[in-house]
Design a protein around this ligand. Structure first.
Ligand code: SAH
Ligand code: TYD
Ligand code: ZN
Length: 413
């Protein structure tokens, strides 16, 4: 008997170019689907793999999870859960107010406004605005802060309707949201419909350069479909009649880039664009060799983390985790971190507490229960908020507790 296998070629979601897979993170659940312990429903899983486009250099997932499974009424992520992020978005709003939103009757649109962390400052300044947010629960929290929100996915139809009913926007802003949207062709047709001729599209997302440099593979999960770079964003912009006119490195969430796009020929690109493009060229960021060596390091982190936790448990140490992040779904499920290795995860989000983490099923306890008698070790899943968390949990260290991190490598701090 003979078996034949057909290899279906992977194509780029942006330009239909050839996609080369370079990292396989296995079978993964929905990263933000925290389950009640007695939930009888079958859990949803998909195959988490990443590839790079040979034509436009866009790094992206190979498999797309239906959006309604992820962004639902009970989507648990709250943007305002970190004081550092609240300060970051207040500052962002002030800058937009001082630049793009200076004119009379200025109008701002935000995609994925979540609980209104950025738009509340725009609203308080009395400036016209609209958030577009498909997750009903968080949209309602934003309304409670005086923010106007439409519960919808941003795409061409939504944008046309906004332009028709509210007029065109001076700026469209999106933080940690554009990378969540596979259907960018529809988004760009929408931007074209809703932006004023000289308006700007400003967005910030985790930067592939930082992910590769720090081996922060946990930025890869169902919701993060694209991993942008100056090169891939410039190619994307050109396809849709836009230029990449500014880039700015941001320290938040483990390293991001804020990109500014405007219609072709309407603004002079800042020197920062050429500088970042040159840096990406210099580090060969998009080369398959670079990405494959990243994948090799990811595999090393998995082996090191599993070995460390197994040894600590064998020695009788108690180990918990801190921060039930979406990112940690990739870590727990890829590295095989079971309740036998990590007894619980502490987190401040009420909607996650009393539930089990997706796939790995680690119980989530309130952060307020992270008190004496402390565990021996705490694995920091929310490593991107390390400073903020360590500053408020000084008693853990004082009691002899030790933090464990895995970014950029597995270390006991
Ligand atoms: N901007 C916030 C929230 C990021 S989480 C921050 O930076 O903290 C991503 C958000 O995007 C979620 O609230 C999700 O519901 C929303 N989202 C997903 N797809 C979207 C789409 N097509 N249009 C608008 N928002 C979307
Ligand atoms: P975050 O890293 O912002 O995003 P993602 O879920 O997309 O990976 O998530 C931070 C998580 O950590 C969130 O569930 C809230 C929690 N957290 C705490 O428990 N305590 C804290 O002090 C902070 C800043 C976050
Ligand atoms: Zn492509």
């Amino acid at each position: 008997m003979t078996t034949t296998t057909t290899t279906v070629p992977h194509v780029c979601r942006v330009c239909s170019g050839p996609l080369t897979p370079f990292l396989d993170l296995g079978r993964q659940p929905l990263s933000d689907a925290f389950r009640l312990p007695d939930d009888p429903a079958e859990e949803f899983f998909f195959h988490l793999r990443v590839g790079v486009c040979g034509d436009c250099a866009m790094v992206q997932l190979l498999e797309e999870v239906p959006r309604d499974r992820m962004f639902r009424e009970d989507y648990p992520y709250r943007s305002s859960g970190s004081s550092v992020m609240r300060a970051h978005f207040t500052e962002t709003a002030r800058r937009l107010l001082a630049t793009e939103l200076r004119g009379d009757d200025a109008f701002a649109v935000e995609l994925g406004c979540n609980d209104g962390v950025m738009l509340r400052t725009v609203s308080e300044a009395g400036v016209r605005h609209l958030g577009v947010e498909p997750s009903g629960g968080v949209a309602e929290l934003a309304r409670g802060k005086g923010v106007r929100v439409r519960t919808a996915f941003f795409e061409e139809d939504t944008a046309r309707d906004i332009a028709a009913t509210e007029g065109r926007a001076d700026v469209v802003y999106a933080a940690n949201t554009l990378c969540h949207i596979p259907y960018l062709d529809s988004v760009f047709r929408g931007l074209d419909a809703v932006l004023k001729p000289t308006g700007a599209f400003v967005f910030e997302d985790p930067y592939l350069g930082d992910i590769v440099e720090r081996t922060s593979f946990d930025q890869i999960y169902d919701e993060h479909f694209y991993f942008f770079t100056a090169r891939s964003v410039r190619a994307l912009a050109h396809r849709h009649g836009f230029d990449l006119v500014d880039v700015e490195r941001l320290p938040v969430h483990g390293g991001e880039v804020r990109y500014t796009l405007s219609r072709t020929g309407t603004r002079t690109p800042s020197p920062a664009v050429a500088a970042l493009l040159a840096e990406e060229e210099g580090t060969a960021l998009h080369d398959l060799k670079t990405l494959e060596s990243f994948a090799t390091r990811v595999d090393g982190v998995r082996a090191d983390l599993h070995a460390l936790l197994t040894r600590l448990r064998a020695e009788g140490a108690s180990v918990v985790a801190y921060g039930a992040t979406a990112k940690s779904a990739t870590v727990t499920n890829y590295c095989g971190l079971t309740p036998a290795l990590i007894s619980r995860v502490h987190d401040t989000t009420p909607a996650k507490q009393g539930r089990l983490t997706p796939g790995a099923r680690l119980p989530v306890h309130p952060a307020s229960d992270f008190t004496a008698p402390y565990p021996d070790y705490a694995l920091l899943f929310a490593w991107n908020h390390a400073e903020e968390i360590m500053a408020k949990e000084t008693a853990f260290r004082a009691a002899g507790g030790k933090w464990i991190t895995y970014v950029p490598e597995v270390r006991v701090l």
